[in-house]
Design a protein around this ligand. Structure first.
Ligand SMILES: [Fe+2]
Ligand SMILES: [Fe+2]
Length: 327
């Protein structure tokens, strides 16, 4: 097997349209040739996970990007989105945390997949940095990236938050595309990034199942408590706004809760929350549909979305009953 550095420092250049189409297809479709079930904890399962991650790698996009000239209004819309600081920093943290955790684990297959994931996060960070530079978006200075002390915790925080953020980002991205407020070139640039995040959370869900299945039984209770702790941490983080001050003393208000507030900024479309949740669910299904159904999918964010849809239906029913009886 070639080393990561080998593969990634020699990305083939000037691909033809045909090659681009083929790798794009391959990044979205993958099935294990092994027959029978792929049970987490088995060698077959973890090898399939690692192979999926290798085979679906897109070597070209999003490294090759022509940044389009933007109309002043579009430029303003993009630069004023309150997401850039947090996006760049999130990718930077993800790269570091995944690499740190990959270095810690012994299993060669999982180590390989997680190291590749770390590399891809770095590429996301580069893409974002290039975009920020191309459109002169002011950024708050990045805090130094420090190796996490509790490597597994940091990896889980990154993994679970990717699961939640990607789920909502899938829907918002589709909404932005439909609204047509952004030039097609930009949408096309970020499309493979979105699909990469889908592969990342597919990897994370299967790492989690593998980790649970292979850890000694007496470690499980403490581990599950930590998983709950991570979810509390993420809920807390998303409820608050993170504020950072830039070089000129200007305050940047970061919106960790972009899923809710982002829809309007990105689309001008007045969409109701349950409709947005349904769109997220549909997009989530669509993006995962090409991968081997025997690999596990993240569950929590779709569950939350379904609960919101159900809850709002019940609420509407109750309200219409109330107005009926009042009449
Ligand atoms: Fe990323
Ligand atoms: Fe990712």
């Amino acid at each position: 097997m070639k080393s990561l550095a080998d593969i990634y420092s020699h990305l083939p250049d000037a691909p033809s349209e045909k090659t681009l189409e083929r790798v794009d297809y391959e990044a979205r479709h993958w099935s294990s040739p092994i027959r029978g079930p792929l049970k987490p904890g088995t060698v077959e399962h973890k090898r399939a996970v690692a192979q999926m991650f290798r085979d679906t790698f897109n070597p070209y996009k999003p490294s090759v990007i022509p940044w389009p000239e933007l109309e002043p209004e579009t430029l303003k819309r993009i630069t004023s989105l309150p997401i850039w600081d947090i996006a760049v920093q999130t990718e930077g943290k993800a790269r570091l945390r995944m690499a740190a955790y990959a270095a810690m684990i012994d299993d060669p297959d999982m180590k390989d997949a997680l190291s590749r994931n770390a590399w891809e996060e770095n590429r996301h960070k580069e893409v974002l940095s290039k975009l920020v530079a191309a459109y002169n978006i002011p950024l708050a200075p990045e805090e130094p990236y420090i190796e996490p002390k509790d490597t597994e915790w940091a990896y889980m925080v990154t993994g679970f938050s990717e699961c939640v953020d990607s789920f909502f980002a899938f829907g918002l991205f589709a909404l932005a595309e439909r609204a047509g407020l952004f030039p097609m070139e930009l949408i096309e640039t970020f499309e493979p990034v979105m699909q990469e995040e889908c592969r990342h959370i597919l990897l994370f869900a299967n790492w989690l199942a593998w980790h649970r299945a292979t850890m000694p039984f007496w470690k499980r209770p403490w581990f599950e408590l930590r998983v709950i702790g991570v979810w509390f941490f993420l809920a807390y983080e998303r409820m608050g706004l993170v504020r950072t001050i830039d070089d000129h003393g200007k305050e940047h208000t970061q919106d960790n809760n972009f899923a809710v507030t982002g829809a309007k900024d990105m689309t001008n479309v007045d969409i109701k929350i349950p409709e947005l949740m349904q769109l997220c669910l549909d997009e989530n299904d669509r993006r995962f549909s090409g991968y081997d159904p025997r690999l596990l999918r993240p569950q929590m964010a779709p569950m939350i979305a379904r609960a919101i849809i159900k809850g709002s239906k019940i609420w509407d029913k109750l309200r219409s009953k109330k107005t009926h009886s009042a009449a």
